[in-house]
Design a protein around this ligand. Structure first.
Ligand code: GTP
Ligand code: SPV
Ligand code: MN
Length: 590
């Protein structure tokens, strides 16, 4: 009996809709106890203590990594599961060919069976959260019900979680309902279901990342993108970074790259020594909510309050900022351990692993020591370059939008779209090699429009229409660019040094926005010549640069043809204006 469950809530602010929903979920799931999260430090400390007692969290070396912990997930539960992720709309066409679909009735019925009695012997946590600054009109609240204390502490680090959110929900009435249970972590009983028309999410059978921290991809992208379309804004898989030039001018850039393709690293970039005077501020590293502002510019808020970042590859040379940030107050998931009980991962470039991510003695025969999708969870406030504007209720004005992908060929280092509509095609054409961020083969090239293939909560045809409509509304739209840090040479080596040196590309982009940099017109858009980039102090072969800044017409004709084929998949929902952009591109390519 749910009413028999021991309930702790010293909270006066529980509104009737929240209370009713929690009661109905408790009746279905039959938890032993109900815990209403208030978001206090004491609550966080006591959950951390419980997780250590139960063995779910291991304390790392407190001298080297103060207040850091390791969690190991089930070996089958290490990444998002796109093949088990569904968008349940009344009309199948509204979900589009870009999503797996089920009818809302079938989706609910399937999940009801899984959730029935699933919290027997467990505690049901009620996690109220706010995506975005608590006092921003652009923010949106939700409540996640979960039976995982690990999820609760992640949500505490990643969102504005607790009483103020519950109070805002009480005032507003509406909130996103997210129901989550780790179930038995059985990959055959695992589903991530979205009901955008009901502002509801139901997730069962995974405790990992985007499958389980429902504020992140499920709410802030899939549900929010659907809401945003109806309300005239955009919810995007984008970092937001502030760049202050040596002249003291600050501009903000929003950039969309697919999962594990460099967002956190660009958002936390450290300027190379040969570019003195630049300062970089992180507003967000994964998600941006973008609103047309009263001055005709586009404004962005970061709905999140923490980072769930890729660990492998982080070292003092690639990203000293991130490396220092995760040396304290950080929760690691699925990294390896050294003999000193320090966390270890591939690309760390110091230390020796002795225990692998599954807790076994490390043996190279078993694969990497840390899982390639091992992650750190840390509050954004721990970032030494945290932008104070990240808490601004009105957000930051965006000067440029950058799309990018991980491509060994075809896409040059950078190019500029001719105008907004062409930029929408540039975004829609993003193609990228798959990564360890989702279950499945890595390194397979696929279309990932606007880096939103796994995250758009509705039909891409409608989504591109919405992008075109937003552009038409903006008096001062951001300029749109495409970058590729991952082009390779004949020996499979990256041609571009990447990381801090990416500032050289951003510098050119900002100069273009200010009308202060040259570009050469090509059929695909405007490219810098080598002389237009600040390359001072960069050791790069002229042939490498030439390859990075080259556009092969034959390859691009094939690319345009493939794009046309891809747009066919969305039939009548594909905007005519996008078709026209491909035709214009094909004409320019000859
Ligand atoms: P999600 O959190 O999955 O959305 O990933 P992300 O887009 O934030 O990617 P992240 O910055 O965590 O980088 C993913 C991987 O790419 C890491 O192993 C990085 O070390 C590597 N990486 C990031 N930026 C660059 C770059 O400029 N060049 C190269 N070669 N690798 C990079
Ligand atoms: C991504 O895969 O894009 C991530 C990690 O940012 S997850 O939270 O698992 O979605
Ligand atoms: Mn991401």
């Amino acid at each position: 009996m749910a009413t028999a469950a021991a309930t702790t809530h010293p909270l006066s602010s529980i509104s009737k809709p929240v209370g009713d929903w929690v009661r109905s979920v408790a009746e279905l799931t039959q938890p032993d106890a109900i815990h209403w999260c208030d978001g206090s430090d004491a609550e966080y400390r006591s959950l951390m203590a419980e997780l250590q007692t139960s063995g779910e969290l291991l304390k790392l070396n407190p001298e080297h990594f103060p207040n850091c912990f390791l969690a190991r997930s089930h070996p089958s539960d290490v990444a998002r599961v796109e093949h088990l992720t569904f968008v349940c709309t009344t009309d199948r066409e509204d979900a589009g060919p870009n999503n797996h679909w089920m009818s809302p009735a079938d989706g609910h019925a399937k999940m009801r069976d899984l959730f029935k009695d699933c919290m027997k012997g467990r505690t049901l946590y009620v996690v109220p959260y706010c995506m975005g600054p608590i006092d921003s009109p652009y923010s949106r609240c939700g409540v996640e019900i979960t039976d995982s204390a690990y999820v609760v502490i992640n949500m505490a680090l990643m969102t504005r979680m607790g009483l103020p959110a519950l109070e805002r929900i009480g005032r507003e009435g509406s909130f996103v309902k997210g129901l989550h249970s780790t179930g038995e972590l059985d990959p055959n009983r695992r589903f991530i279901m979205h009901f955008p028309e009901e502002l509801a999410i139901e997730s069962f059978g995974s405790g990992y990342g985007g499958n389980a921290l429902l504020g992140k991809k499920c709410h802030a992208l899939r549900i929010a993108s659907f809401q945003a379309r109806n309300e005239g804004w955009l919810a995007e898989h984008m970092l937001i970074v502030g760049l202050q030039s040596p002249q003291g001018e600050t501009h903000y850039i929003a950039a969309a790259f697919p999962s594990a393709c460099g967002k956190t690293n660009l958002a936390m970039l450290i300027p190379p020594g040969s570019m003195p005077g630049w300062k970089v501020f992180t507003v967000g590293d994964d998600i941006a909510w973008l609103h047309p502002g009263p001055d005709g510019r586009l404004y962005a808020i970061n709905p999140e309050a923490g980072y769930f970042g890729v660990v492998p590859g982080t070292n003092p040379k690639t990203n000293r900022n991130a490396y220092e940030m995760i040396r304290r107050d950080t929760l690691f998931t699925n990294v390896a351990l050294t003999a000193d009980n320090d966390p270890w991962w591939e690309g760390l470039e110091s230390g020796t692993p002795v225990i692998d991510w599954q807790g076994r003695p490390y043996d190279a025969k078993n694969g990497p020591a840390a899982h390639p999708n091992s992650r750190f969870t840390v509050s954004a406030k721990k970032n030494p370059n945290y932008a104070p504007e990240a808490d601004s209720p009105r957000g930051v004005p965006i000067s440029a939008i950058v799309f990018g992908g991980r491509r060994r060929g075809v896409a040059p280092l950078v190019y500029e779209a001719r105008d907004w509509n062409h930029g929408v095609l540039v975004g829609a054409s993003v193609a990228s090699e798959t990564t360890a961020a989702a279950i499945g083969e890595a390194g397979v090239l696929r279309r990932d429009p606007m880096a939103m293939k796994p995250f758009a909560g509705y039909n891409f045809g409608d989504y591109w229409n919405h992008w075109l409509a937003i552009g038409a509304k903006l008096k001062h739209p951001p300029r749109i660019y495409h970058v590729n840090w991952f082009r390779r040479d004949a020996n499979n080596k990256f041609l571009w040094p990447g990381f801090g040196d990416n500032l050289r590309v951003l510098d050119w982009i900002l100069k273009r926005c200010n009308g202060k940099a040259e570009a050469a017109e090509t059929p695909i858009g405007n490219l810098p010549k080598a002389k237009d980039l600040n390359l001072a102090g960069l050791d790069i072969a002229p042939q490498a640069l030439e390859q990075l800044l080259s556009v092969d017409a034959t390859e691009w004709r094939a690319e345009a043809a493939d794009m046309n084929k891809y747009l066919d998949e969305f039939g009548a929902r594909t905007p005519a204006a996008l078709r026209a952009e491909v035709q214009a591109l094909q004409k320019r390519l000859g």
